[in-house]
Design a binder for this molecule. Structure first.
Ligand code: F6P
Length: 319
């Protein structure tokens, strides 16, 4: 019996822990494991390596992915799909574990539509998949951003000026919301809420009136206004400086937290269990700390509801 595994889309801390869990659980259950390199491109380029237990030693604590990753444009072409299917057929691989986000699960669905048995594991820092409470990499990204914001607070305080910190998440505001709470930010701006500009100016002015001349504003990249533009308007409307820090790709790296390592290990083993128990075309998730799984087509394409209670908490605690 053979099983393939790949990582796809934006990398996330914890992907290596997931690769390790898939590999070792599969070997434990009698499978041979093939790791495809650079996401779906690995299927097209026939770029793979056999994974043994030793292949995944000493990686649980490492960020990134030993299999590399990519956003494969070719895979979405007919020619690309044909090559991918030919690779899988030649290698006699009928089961494939895909570790990635929404876009990767769409690719998984395409393979399922062509007769492959796919298992999705949610690996993305965005936490933007509606069927699971958490995605692998999110906890680490929140910790990384928290540590960065705490450094920025020092200089913001010293110069008594506002700082807007732009964080990742694509169309999801969870990284911003969670780090807004963990750092005590004065404002959290997320794509799910079209915060009115006057609300932002009023908040900064009221802080200024009570002697707090520095506000930390954590803005998700998907918020409805560009960060530099918002900084200019804050200066113009409140008379106080607003510096901009775009945290960018440091949110995607670093050693995974123990939480992400455990989440990835649980999900990796579960994906293999589902295959071994004969289930087809599912995505593994976590809800209320219980492992769940659902059909691939139910796991993609749904806008995740933002946690309004958590956002309200961020607001209340920043008065
Ligand atoms: O999906 C993860 C993510 O980091 C998003 O938060 C971000 O918008 C995007 O990837 C950046 O994409 P790329 O790595 O292709 O620049």
């Amino acid at each position: 019996m053979k099983l393939g595994v790949l990582t796809s889309g934006g990398d996330a801390p914890g992907m290596n822990a997931a690769i390790r869990a898939v590999t070792r659980s599969a070997i434990y259950r009698g499978y041979e494991v093939v790791g495809f390199e650079r996401g779906f491109d690995g299927l097209i380029q026939n770029s793979w390596r056999k994974l043994e237990t030793i292949s995944v030693s000493e990686i649980i604590h490492k960020g990134g992915t030993i299999l590399k990753t990519a956003r494969s444009k070719d895979f979405m072409t007919e020619e690309g799909m044909k090559k991918a299917l030919r690779t899988l057929e030649t290698l006699k691989i009928k089961n494939l574990v895909i570790i990635g986000g929404d876009g990767s699960f769409r690719g998984a669905k395409e393979l399922a539509d062509h007769g492959l048995n796919v298992m999705g594991i949610p690996g993305t820092i965005d936490n933007d998949l509606s069927y699971t409470d958490y995605t692998i990499g999110f906890d680490t990204a929140v910790n990384t951003v928290t540590a960065a914001v705490e450094k920025i607070i020092d200089t913001s305080l010293s110069h008594e000026r506002n700082t807007i910190i732009e964080v990742m998440g694509r169309d999801c505001g969870d990284i911003a919301t969670y780090t807004g709470i963990s750092t005590g930010a004065e404002l959290v701006l997320i794509p799910e809420i079209k915060t009115d500009l006057n609300t932002i100016f009023r908040k900064i002015k009221s802080n200024n009136k009570r002697g707090k001349l520095q506000s930390i504003i954590i803005k998700a990249e998907g918020f409805h206004m560009k960060t530099e533009e918002l900084a200019g308007l804050i200066k113009q409307e409140t008379g106080t400086e607003a510096r901009v820090v775009v945290l960018g790709y440091l949110q995607r790296g670093g050693e995974p937290t123990t939480g992400d390592r455990i989440l990835a290990s649980r999900m990796g083993a579960e994906a293999v269990r589902l295959i071994s128990d004969g289930l087809q075309n599912r995505c593994v998730g976590i809800q209320n700390n219980n492992l769940v799984n659902m059909p691939v087509d139910k796991a993609i394409g749904y806008q995740k509801d933002y946690d309004s209670a958590l956002n309200q908490l961020a607001d209340i605690l920043s008065i």
